[in-house]
Write a protein that binds this ligand. Structure first.
Ligand code: KG4
Ligand code: ZN
Length: 353
Protein backbone atom coordinates (compact mmCIF):
# COMPACT_ATOMS: atom_id res chain seq x y z
CA UNK A 1 0.00 0.00 0.00
CA UNK A 2 1.03 3.62 -0.61
CA UNK A 3 3.01 5.23 2.17
CA UNK A 4 1.21 7.84 4.28
CA UNK A 5 2.23 10.18 7.11
CA UNK A 6 0.50 10.26 10.48
CA UNK A 7 0.45 12.98 13.13
CA UNK A 8 -0.14 11.60 16.64
CA UNK A 9 -1.27 13.62 19.65
CA UNK A 10 -1.39 12.30 23.22
CA UNK A 11 -2.78 14.14 26.25
CA UNK A 12 -4.58 11.48 28.27
CA UNK A 13 -3.26 12.32 31.69
CA UNK A 14 -0.22 14.35 32.71
CA UNK A 15 2.10 14.33 29.69
CA UNK A 16 1.64 16.25 26.45
CA UNK A 17 3.19 14.62 23.40
CA UNK A 18 3.23 15.05 19.63
CA UNK A 19 4.82 12.75 17.07
CA UNK A 20 4.98 12.22 13.33
CA UNK A 21 5.70 8.95 11.57
CA UNK A 22 5.10 7.27 8.29
CA UNK A 23 3.07 4.14 7.70
CA UNK A 24 6.20 1.99 7.59
CA UNK A 25 6.98 3.00 11.18
CA UNK A 26 9.77 5.47 10.40
CA UNK A 27 9.71 8.17 13.06
CA UNK A 28 10.25 11.70 11.69
CA UNK A 29 10.08 13.37 15.10
CA UNK A 30 8.49 13.06 18.50
CA UNK A 31 8.50 15.58 21.33
CA UNK A 32 6.93 15.61 24.74
CA UNK A 33 6.49 17.79 27.74
CA UNK A 34 6.34 15.99 31.07
CA UNK A 35 4.32 17.52 33.88
CA UNK A 36 6.02 15.38 36.53
CA UNK A 37 7.81 18.26 38.26
CA UNK A 38 4.60 20.29 38.45
CA UNK A 39 2.74 17.49 40.20
CA UNK A 40 5.47 16.11 42.49
CA UNK A 41 4.79 18.63 45.30
CA UNK A 42 1.27 17.23 45.77
CA UNK A 43 2.25 13.61 45.04
CA UNK A 44 -0.61 13.21 42.57
CA UNK A 45 -1.97 14.78 39.40
CA UNK A 46 -4.08 17.89 39.93
CA UNK A 47 -6.61 17.95 37.04
CA UNK A 48 -6.81 21.76 36.87
CA UNK A 49 -3.04 22.12 36.63
CA UNK A 50 -2.81 19.23 34.15
CA UNK A 51 -5.47 20.77 31.93
CA UNK A 52 -3.86 24.24 31.97
CA UNK A 53 -0.45 22.80 31.11
CA UNK A 54 -1.79 20.79 28.16
CA UNK A 55 -3.50 23.89 26.82
CA UNK A 56 -0.30 25.89 27.16
CA UNK A 57 2.18 23.25 25.94
CA UNK A 58 0.48 21.39 23.10
CA UNK A 59 0.52 24.13 20.41
CA UNK A 60 4.27 24.89 20.77
CA UNK A 61 5.00 21.13 20.87
CA UNK A 62 3.20 20.74 17.55
CA UNK A 63 5.36 23.49 15.99
CA UNK A 64 8.51 21.99 17.48
CA UNK A 65 7.63 18.55 16.13
CA UNK A 66 7.21 19.92 12.60
CA UNK A 67 10.48 21.88 12.87
CA UNK A 68 12.36 18.71 13.80
CA UNK A 69 10.61 16.51 11.25
CA UNK A 70 11.44 18.65 8.22
CA UNK A 71 7.82 18.15 7.07
CA UNK A 72 5.04 20.72 6.69
CA UNK A 73 1.43 20.32 7.84
CA UNK A 74 0.41 19.66 4.22
CA UNK A 75 2.50 16.47 4.25
CA UNK A 76 0.17 14.84 6.81
CA UNK A 77 -2.52 12.39 5.64
CA UNK A 78 -3.88 11.04 8.91
CA UNK A 79 -4.38 12.69 12.31
CA UNK A 80 -4.58 10.34 15.31
CA UNK A 81 -5.30 11.56 18.83
CA UNK A 82 -6.03 9.89 22.16
CA UNK A 83 -9.77 9.71 22.56
CA UNK A 84 -9.74 7.86 25.90
CA UNK A 85 -9.59 6.51 28.49
CA UNK A 86 -8.06 9.32 30.51
CA UNK A 87 -8.72 12.53 32.33
CA UNK A 88 -11.49 14.41 30.50
CA UNK A 89 -10.01 17.88 30.98
CA UNK A 90 -6.67 16.64 29.60
CA UNK A 91 -8.07 14.66 26.66
CA UNK A 92 -10.04 17.70 25.55
CA UNK A 93 -6.97 19.73 24.63
CA UNK A 94 -5.37 17.00 22.51
CA UNK A 95 -8.68 16.35 20.73
CA UNK A 96 -9.14 20.06 20.11
CA UNK A 97 -5.68 20.44 18.63
CA UNK A 98 -6.18 17.35 16.47
CA UNK A 99 -9.53 18.44 15.06
CA UNK A 100 -8.42 22.01 14.34
CA UNK A 101 -5.22 20.81 12.67
CA UNK A 102 -7.21 18.31 10.65
CA UNK A 103 -9.71 20.93 9.47
CA UNK A 104 -7.07 23.49 8.58
CA UNK A 105 -4.45 21.37 6.89
CA UNK A 106 -5.65 18.07 5.50
CA UNK A 107 -7.29 17.64 2.14
CA UNK A 108 -9.08 14.48 0.99
CA UNK A 109 -8.43 11.60 1.13
CA UNK A 110 -7.84 12.25 4.79
CA UNK A 111 -8.56 10.47 8.06
CA UNK A 112 -9.14 11.58 11.64
CA UNK A 113 -8.86 8.75 14.14
CA UNK A 114 -9.71 8.76 17.84
CA UNK A 115 -7.40 6.19 19.42
CA UNK A 116 -8.04 3.96 22.42
CA UNK A 117 -5.09 4.74 24.67
CA UNK A 118 -4.66 1.22 26.06
CA UNK A 119 -4.81 -0.39 22.64
CA UNK A 120 -2.08 2.03 21.52
CA UNK A 121 0.13 0.77 24.38
CA UNK A 122 -0.55 -2.78 23.22
CA UNK A 123 0.17 -2.13 19.53
CA UNK A 124 3.31 -0.03 19.74
CA UNK A 125 5.92 -2.86 19.74
CA UNK A 126 4.67 -3.77 16.26
CA UNK A 127 6.32 -0.59 15.01
CA UNK A 128 9.62 -2.48 14.90
CA UNK A 129 8.55 -6.10 15.42
CA UNK A 130 5.43 -7.18 13.56
CA UNK A 131 4.33 -9.71 16.17
CA UNK A 132 1.45 -11.65 14.66
CA UNK A 133 -2.10 -11.37 16.01
CA UNK A 134 -3.39 -12.72 18.31
CA UNK A 135 -1.00 -12.05 21.18
CA UNK A 136 -1.25 -11.52 24.90
CA UNK A 137 -0.57 -8.10 26.39
CA UNK A 138 0.03 -6.91 29.93
CA UNK A 139 -0.34 -3.20 30.63
CA UNK A 140 0.88 -1.99 34.00
CA UNK A 141 0.81 1.74 34.55
CA UNK A 142 -0.16 4.51 36.97
CA UNK A 143 -3.85 4.09 36.24
CA UNK A 144 -4.29 0.58 34.85
CA UNK A 145 -3.45 -3.07 35.15
CA UNK A 146 -4.85 -5.11 32.30
CA UNK A 147 -4.23 -8.50 30.76
CA UNK A 148 -5.74 -8.80 27.28
CA UNK A 149 -5.61 -10.75 24.08
CA UNK A 150 -5.09 -8.46 21.08
CA UNK A 151 -6.62 -9.74 17.85
CA UNK A 152 -6.67 -8.51 14.25
CA UNK A 153 -8.09 -4.96 14.26
CA UNK A 154 -11.56 -4.34 12.96
CA UNK A 155 -14.10 -6.51 14.70
CA UNK A 156 -13.22 -7.32 18.27
CA UNK A 157 -9.63 -6.27 18.76
CA UNK A 158 -9.39 -6.93 22.47
CA UNK A 159 -10.47 -9.77 24.74
CA UNK A 160 -9.98 -8.80 28.35
CA UNK A 161 -8.80 -11.63 30.57
CA UNK A 162 -8.29 -9.62 33.71
CA UNK A 163 -7.98 -6.14 35.16
CA UNK A 164 -7.44 -4.56 38.53
CA UNK A 165 -10.17 -4.85 41.13
CA UNK A 166 -8.99 -1.77 42.99
CA UNK A 167 -5.99 0.44 42.38
CA UNK A 168 -3.19 0.24 39.77
CA UNK A 169 0.42 -0.88 40.33
CA UNK A 170 1.98 2.50 39.45
CA UNK A 171 -0.45 4.22 41.76
CA UNK A 172 0.38 1.88 44.63
CA UNK A 173 4.13 2.36 43.99
CA UNK A 174 3.62 6.14 44.07
CA UNK A 175 1.68 5.73 47.31
CA UNK A 176 4.46 3.54 48.76
CA UNK A 177 7.08 6.13 47.83
CA UNK A 178 5.04 8.79 49.64
CA UNK A 179 4.71 6.59 52.74
CA UNK A 180 8.49 6.07 52.72
CA UNK A 181 8.93 9.81 52.08
CA UNK A 182 11.46 9.09 49.35
CA UNK A 183 11.07 12.48 47.70
CA UNK A 184 12.87 13.99 50.70
CA UNK A 185 16.13 12.47 49.48
CA UNK A 186 17.79 14.66 46.83
CA UNK A 187 18.70 11.54 44.81
CA UNK A 188 14.98 10.85 44.22
CA UNK A 189 13.72 14.42 43.99
CA UNK A 190 13.05 14.15 40.25
CA UNK A 191 11.91 10.51 40.19
CA UNK A 192 8.38 9.19 39.90
CA UNK A 193 7.36 7.06 42.88
CA UNK A 194 7.94 3.84 40.94
CA UNK A 195 11.42 4.89 39.89
CA UNK A 196 12.33 5.90 43.44
CA UNK A 197 11.16 2.52 44.78
CA UNK A 198 13.14 0.71 42.09
CA UNK A 199 16.33 2.64 42.85
CA UNK A 200 16.21 2.38 46.64
CA UNK A 201 15.32 -1.34 46.38
CA UNK A 202 18.73 -1.97 44.86
CA UNK A 203 20.23 -1.18 48.28
CA UNK A 204 17.74 -3.35 50.18
CA UNK A 205 17.76 -6.89 51.58
CA UNK A 206 14.63 -9.04 51.56
CA UNK A 207 13.88 -9.34 55.30
CA UNK A 208 10.11 -9.82 55.21
CA UNK A 209 8.19 -12.70 53.61
CA UNK A 210 6.91 -11.79 50.15
CA UNK A 211 3.14 -11.24 50.17
CA UNK A 212 0.97 -13.67 48.26
CA UNK A 213 -2.14 -11.79 47.24
CA UNK A 214 -5.07 -13.98 46.13
CA UNK A 215 -2.73 -16.91 45.39
CA UNK A 216 -5.49 -19.47 44.98
CA UNK A 217 -7.62 -17.49 42.55
CA UNK A 218 -7.53 -19.02 39.10
CA UNK A 219 -8.57 -15.77 37.42
CA UNK A 220 -6.38 -13.01 36.01
CA UNK A 221 -7.75 -10.09 38.01
CA UNK A 222 -5.34 -8.00 40.03
CA UNK A 223 -5.55 -6.38 43.44
CA UNK A 224 -3.01 -3.95 44.89
CA UNK A 225 -4.68 -1.99 47.65
CA UNK A 226 -3.77 -4.51 50.40
CA UNK A 227 -0.13 -4.05 49.49
CA UNK A 228 -0.27 -0.34 50.34
CA UNK A 229 -1.90 -1.07 53.68
CA UNK A 230 0.68 -3.74 54.51
CA UNK A 231 3.50 -1.33 53.84
CA UNK A 232 1.88 1.25 56.07
CA UNK A 233 1.48 -1.33 58.83
CA UNK A 234 5.11 -2.51 58.59
CA UNK A 235 6.39 1.03 58.55
CA UNK A 236 4.34 1.98 61.61
CA UNK A 237 5.51 -1.04 63.56
CA UNK A 238 9.15 -0.12 62.91
CA UNK A 239 8.48 3.53 63.76
CA UNK A 240 7.11 2.48 67.17
CA UNK A 241 10.47 0.94 68.05
CA UNK A 242 13.00 3.31 66.47
CA UNK A 243 13.59 6.04 63.92
CA UNK A 244 13.03 4.52 60.46
CA UNK A 245 16.44 4.49 58.76
CA UNK A 246 17.37 4.68 55.11
CA UNK A 247 18.26 0.98 55.28
CA UNK A 248 14.82 0.14 56.74
CA UNK A 249 13.25 1.98 53.82
CA UNK A 250 15.43 0.18 51.28
CA UNK A 251 14.47 -3.19 52.79
CA UNK A 252 10.78 -2.31 52.85
CA UNK A 253 10.89 -0.96 49.29
CA UNK A 254 12.45 -4.21 48.07
CA UNK A 255 9.82 -6.26 49.87
CA UNK A 256 7.06 -4.03 48.51
CA UNK A 257 8.33 -4.15 44.91
CA UNK A 258 8.94 -7.90 45.05
CA UNK A 259 5.43 -8.57 46.39
CA UNK A 260 3.88 -6.39 43.71
CA UNK A 261 5.83 -8.15 40.97
CA UNK A 262 4.98 -11.58 42.41
CA UNK A 263 1.29 -10.73 42.27
CA UNK A 264 1.43 -9.52 38.68
CA UNK A 265 3.36 -12.57 37.48
CA UNK A 266 1.06 -14.99 39.37
CA UNK A 267 -2.03 -13.51 37.72
CA UNK A 268 -0.36 -13.29 34.33
CA UNK A 269 0.52 -16.96 34.65
CA UNK A 270 -3.19 -17.72 35.14
CA UNK A 271 -3.85 -15.86 31.89
CA UNK A 272 -1.13 -17.77 30.05
CA UNK A 273 -2.60 -21.08 31.28
CA UNK A 274 -6.01 -20.04 29.98
CA UNK A 275 -4.51 -19.19 26.60
CA UNK A 276 -2.67 -22.53 26.44
CA UNK A 277 -6.10 -24.17 26.24
CA UNK A 278 -8.22 -21.64 24.39
CA UNK A 279 -5.67 -19.74 22.26
CA UNK A 280 -2.85 -22.25 21.71
CA UNK A 281 -1.52 -20.21 18.78
CA UNK A 282 -0.45 -17.39 21.13
CA UNK A 283 3.24 -17.36 22.01
CA UNK A 284 4.07 -13.71 22.73
CA UNK A 285 3.41 -11.45 25.68
CA UNK A 286 3.72 -7.73 24.97
CA UNK A 287 4.43 -5.78 28.16
CA UNK A 288 4.03 -2.03 28.49
CA UNK A 289 3.00 0.92 30.68
CA UNK A 290 5.18 2.97 33.01
CA UNK A 291 5.69 0.11 35.48
CA UNK A 292 7.11 -2.05 32.67
CA UNK A 293 10.20 0.17 32.73
CA UNK A 294 11.11 -1.48 36.02
CA UNK A 295 14.00 -3.87 35.40
CA UNK A 296 13.13 -6.26 38.25
CA UNK A 297 9.63 -6.47 36.81
CA UNK A 298 11.00 -7.16 33.32
CA UNK A 299 13.28 -9.86 34.67
CA UNK A 300 10.41 -11.64 36.46
CA UNK A 301 8.07 -11.42 33.47
CA UNK A 302 10.77 -12.66 31.10
CA UNK A 303 11.40 -15.64 33.38
CA UNK A 304 7.67 -16.41 33.53
CA UNK A 305 7.51 -16.32 29.74
CA UNK A 306 10.56 -18.56 29.43
CA UNK A 307 8.84 -21.18 31.61
CA UNK A 308 5.83 -21.17 29.30
CA UNK A 309 7.67 -20.96 25.96
CA UNK A 310 6.40 -17.45 25.41
CA UNK A 311 8.46 -14.57 24.10
CA UNK A 312 8.30 -11.44 26.27
CA UNK A 313 8.29 -8.31 24.12
CA UNK A 314 9.02 -4.87 25.56
CA UNK A 315 8.70 -1.65 23.62
CA UNK A 316 11.79 0.61 23.76
CA UNK A 317 11.84 2.23 27.23
CA UNK A 318 10.67 5.63 25.94
CA UNK A 319 7.72 3.94 24.22
CA UNK A 320 6.60 2.15 27.43
CA UNK A 321 5.17 5.29 29.03
CA UNK A 322 2.61 7.62 27.54
CA UNK A 323 3.93 8.98 24.25
CA UNK A 324 2.71 10.21 20.88
CA UNK A 325 4.54 7.64 18.76
CA UNK A 326 2.23 4.91 20.02
CA UNK A 327 -0.82 7.05 19.16
CA UNK A 328 0.50 7.75 15.67
CA UNK A 329 1.40 4.08 15.21
CA UNK A 330 -2.08 3.00 16.31
CA UNK A 331 -3.27 5.51 13.68
CA UNK A 332 -1.29 3.57 11.06
CA UNK A 333 -2.80 0.28 12.20
CA UNK A 334 -6.35 1.66 12.34
CA UNK A 335 -6.01 3.31 8.94
CA UNK A 336 -4.71 0.06 7.42
CA UNK A 337 -7.71 -1.72 8.94
CA UNK A 338 -10.04 0.86 7.41
CA UNK A 339 -11.07 2.44 10.71
CA UNK A 340 -11.37 6.24 10.87
CA UNK A 341 -13.55 9.09 9.72
CA UNK A 342 -13.14 11.56 6.89
CA UNK A 343 -14.84 14.55 8.45
CA UNK A 344 -14.75 15.56 12.12
CA UNK A 345 -18.46 16.42 11.99
CA UNK A 346 -19.12 12.68 11.71
CA UNK A 347 -18.06 11.97 15.22
CA UNK A 348 -16.36 14.62 17.25
CA UNK A 349 -19.03 17.31 17.30
CA UNK A 350 -18.84 17.45 21.11
CA UNK A 351 -15.53 19.25 20.94
CA UNK A 352 -15.90 23.03 21.30
CA UNK A 353 -14.17 25.05 18.58
O1 KG4 B 1 2.28 4.54 31.79
P1 KG4 B 1 2.57 5.71 32.64
O2 KG4 B 1 3.68 6.63 32.22
O3 KG4 B 1 1.32 6.60 32.70
C1 KG4 B 1 0.32 6.67 33.62
O4 KG4 B 1 -0.36 5.67 33.89
O5 KG4 B 1 0.16 7.83 34.08
O6 KG4 B 1 2.87 5.16 34.12
C2 KG4 B 1 3.27 5.99 35.15
C3 KG4 B 1 3.49 5.12 36.37
C4 KG4 B 1 3.76 5.91 37.64
O7 KG4 B 1 2.88 5.47 38.63
C5 KG4 B 1 5.20 5.59 37.97
O8 KG4 B 1 5.45 5.56 39.36
C6 KG4 B 1 5.39 4.24 37.35
O9 KG4 B 1 4.63 4.27 36.17
N1 KG4 B 1 6.80 3.99 37.01
C7 KG4 B 1 7.51 2.96 37.49
C8 KG4 B 1 8.83 3.12 36.98
N2 KG4 B 1 8.85 4.23 36.21
C9 KG4 B 1 7.61 4.75 36.23
N3 KG4 B 1 7.17 1.95 38.28
C10 KG4 B 1 8.12 1.05 38.58
N4 KG4 B 1 9.40 1.14 38.17
C11 KG4 B 1 9.80 2.15 37.35
N5 KG4 B 1 11.07 2.23 36.94
ZN1 ZN C 1 -0.75 5.04 29.38
Amino acid sequence: PARFNVLGIESSFDDSAVGILDSHGNIYAHVECSQLLHHLPTGGVNPVIASGLHKQNLPPLLDQCFDRSGLTPKDIHVVAYTKGPGLGVSLLHGANLAVNFFRENLSPPRLLIGIHHMLAHALVPRISNRIAFPYLTLLASGGHCLLCIVQELGISEVIRLGSTLDTAPGNVLDHGARLLQLSRYPEFSECSGGQAIERISLRGTLRHPVLNILPRDRNANFSFSGLGSSLEYKLNSIAKQRIVSYQDKADLALWFQTSLIRHITTKTQNGIRFCRIHFPQINSLVVSGGVAQNLAFQKAVTELCRQHNYTAVYPALELCTDNAVMIAWAGVEYANAGIGIESPEDEVHFIPR
